[in-house]
Design a protein around this ligand. Structure first.
Ligand SMILES: Nc1ncnc2c1ncn2[C@@H]1O[C@H](COP(=O)(O)OP(=O)(O)OP(=O)(O)O)[C@@H](O)[C@H]1O
Ligand SMILES: [Mg+2]
Length: 234
């Protein structure tokens, strides 16, 4: 079967700067990929490149076998690529429900979003600015889901959130991925949570891939410690 996402020898960056160097990656539909690496390793740039937000210097990006290298982000979004940025983009002056409706395209419904995030349903008339950090992250994720992505790119969704919220979000990601229709790429410095969710893990350093294998393969190796300076607790 055609892979959901294929990067072939991608070199990309910002303006003339090369950040990613020769990245090749193929994700079958339904894959759950964790991307782990130190600050500045190129994780956000990888997601931005899949979304079409960086300057390509070489290589190709394909979605379901279709070359999207020359397509703008909104065209890629229409083909099923959705990014939840590290900056949690929401409209602070709009209510929760207005934020969701503004993002809606295709067949995604408010009911589906509220089923995943009951808290957002309770807060649906609240303004974006009145939400807690966790609620803002929920809204950012729900907004992207309203575009009906088959490939969901999550950029450090747990960053700065309380452990109980992190657990809730990880459960939502399980629900999102459960039926195997969506391909999920989870960038996360919480290696333990990310590896608990993922089937496969990518370790990045210096704009390149230093390890790509089953998530299990990182749990009992010194790779994490060597490349990001953290060890798994078990
Ligand atoms: N808009 C930009 N213009 C120029 N260089 C950038 C830009 N954004 C990031 N970079 C550079 O690209 C490199 C990779 O950054 P990137 O944001 O992809 O790292 P990251 O792995 O996501 O880090 P973090 O864990 O801190 O989010 C860094 O050297 C960074 O300085
Ligand atoms: Mg980043």
């Amino acid at each position: 079967m055609t892979d959901a996402l294929t990067l072939s020898d991608v070199t990309a960056g910002y303006g003339p700067t090369h950040v990613l160097n020769g990245i090749s990656l193929a994700l079958p539909r339904g894959e759950r990929l964790a991307v782990i690496g130190r600050n500045g390793a190129g994780k956000t740039t990888l997601l931005a490149t899949i979304m079409g937000l960086t300057r390509m210097h070489g290589g190709t990006v394909a979605v379901n076998g279709q070359d999207v290298t020359a397509l703008a982000p909104y065209r890629r979004n229409a083909l099923g690529v959705g990014l939840v940025p590290q900056t949690r983009d929401i409209f602070k002056s709009l209510s929760v429900e207005e934020n969701l409706l503004a993002a809606q395209s295709g067949e995604a419904t408010l009911d589906e979003a509220y089923a995943l995030f009951p808290r957002l349903k309770e807060r649906r008339r609240n303004g974006g600015a009145q939400l807690s950090g966790g609620e803002q992250q929920m809204l950012a994720i729900a907004r992207t889901l309203m575009t009906g992505p088959e490939i969901l790119l999550l950029d450090e969704p747990l960053e700065g959130l309380a452990p109980v919220i992190c657990e809730q979000l990880m459960q939502v990601f399980e629900d999102i991925a459960a039926d195997g229709r969506r391909t999920v790429v989870l960038v996360e410095q919480h290696a333990e949570a990310a590896l608990g969710f993922a089937s496969r893990a990518l370790l990045m350093a210096g704009g390149g891939i230093v390890h790509d294998g089953p998530a299990e393969s990182l749990k009992n190796s010194d790779l994490l410690e060597r490349h990001i300076g953290v060890a798994m607790s078990h």
